[in-house]
Design a protein around this ligand. Structure first.
Ligand code: GMT
Length: 370
């Protein structure tokens, strides 16, 4: 496709949707497009890159404003950037409130020219926040008004259509990975069997289950657990590790930028989530040849092929998830076979070269003369 100028809005410092949006911007710029991030913080990993720009949204406070109106400040900034940098389109990640701002920006530009917007749904914007009665009507409206909508899994697409009663087309574009960045490094592997969990430690991630799984695994195998990230469930998880007497075997790393350096050191990834629309952390693990043991929820079965590229158990079923981990740690041949299959799946199905053109095709569609 011919090169375009794209305004991308996301939560740049928090969660999987920010990582996907940031990596998408990087990949688009490498393909010759001009990318303008419009947000409240700079996606740090992109500083100094060619054809990537950052425009901060300033939210002025005022004594009358009990809640500073970020949505409006964002819409104004989108229009400003669109005008001065001749943006062709906006691409917003996470529906709330970004697609509402994009809707406003498109309408404010209408007298001058078209400014279509694409909304990418990531998960909790639909499954948790969007279904809250305070946000339901505006989420439904902004999805219906988007020029194109993408969802990161077939499951999320179907949930969106069902929950909001939406008939409009939604394209499924999965999360993606750069296999050159996320690589296996068998020579870096810890000598001791090591489980890893990476998340933002929200209740939906069921972080405490990781600690319980380790306690059960340790009845059969002398293993450690690395907890990477931070959030509300961190302190309860630390307390549980102490209560179970395994605090020496659980390391809390806090937030880490260098996941491609950390991940390949582990043997198995734990992702015991209550809900997961796709599971970017599991894809990162698979690309590094680290076998995921996860829950059969949301879009996870679209990523993990049970017993081939990972294992899937029921939510909260510590016994079965721990059982899968024990099998992997006690059978090195099984671990190696599944690690290789996981890497292959990441490389072939979720590679940037497969997925980025799908976004480009959407851009082409919304930019086609009406
Ligand atoms: O759950 C997170 O880590 C954050 C959340 C987000 O929206 O930032 O992640 C969602 O988007 C990721 C990237 O598309 C998906 O891989 C995650 O599965 C999804 N999280 C949930 O559905 C809970």
């Amino acid at each position: 496709m011919s090169y375009v100028r794209i305004g991308i809005t996301c939560y740049p410092t928090y969660g999987g949707s920010g990582i996907v949006a940031t990596e998408l911007g990087l990949e688009l710029s490498l393909r010759g497009h001009e990318v303008h991030f419009i947000s409240y913080a700079n996606p740090v990993r992109l500083e100094g890159r060619e054809r990537i720009f950052y425009h901060e949204v300033e939210v002025t406070t005022y004594p009358l404003f009990q809640y500073p109106p970020y949505t409006l400040a964002l819409a104004s900034r989108m229009v400003d950037v669109a005008e001065h940098h001749e943006l062709d389109l906006l691409h917003v990640h996470y529906a709330i409130p970004h697609s509402v701002s994009a809707y406003l920006a498109r309408n404010m530009m209408r007298a001058k020219r078209r400014l279509p917007f694409v909304t990418t749904l990531h998960g909790t914007d639909i499954t948790l926040v969007g279904t809250d009665p305070s946000y339901f009507p505006i989420t439904k409206f902004s999805i219906e008004e988007s020029d194109a909508v993408t969802a990161i899994s077939q499951d999320l697409k179907e949930q969106t259509q069902r929950v909001f009663g939406i008939a409009r087309p939604i394209d499924v574009i999965n999360n993606f990975i750069c296999p050159g960045t996320y690589q296996p490094h068998p020579e870096w592997r810890e000598v001791r069997p090591t489980l890893i969990h990476i998340s933002n430690f929200r209740p939906v991630k069921r972080v405490l289950d990781c600690v319980r799984i380790l306690a059960r695994v340790r009845q059969s195998v002398d293993a450690d657990l690395w907890m990477v990230g931070d959030g509300p469930e961190r302190m309860p998880a630390e307390r549980l590790a102490r209560d179970l007497g395994i605090e020496a075997n659980v390391r809390f790393w806090g937030k880490q930028d260098q996941i491609p350096k950390l991940m390949p050191r582990a043997h198995v990834l734990l992702m015991p989530s209550e809900m997961e629309s796709f599971g970017l952390a599991a894809l990162e693990a698979m690309s590094c040849g680290v076998v995921p043991v996860a829950t059969r929820v949301g879009g996870v079965p679209e990523l993990i092929d049970h017993e081939k590229t990972g294992f899937l158990g029921a939510v909260g079923d510590i016994e079965s998830q721990a059982g899968y981990v024990i099998r992997l740690l006690q059978e090195p041949a099984l671990l190696a076979t599944m690690a290789a299959a996981a890497r292959r799946a990441a490389e072939t199905r979720f590679n940037t070269n497969e997925v980025i053109p799908q976004y480009e095709a959407i851009y082409e569609r919304v930019l086609a003369p009406q």
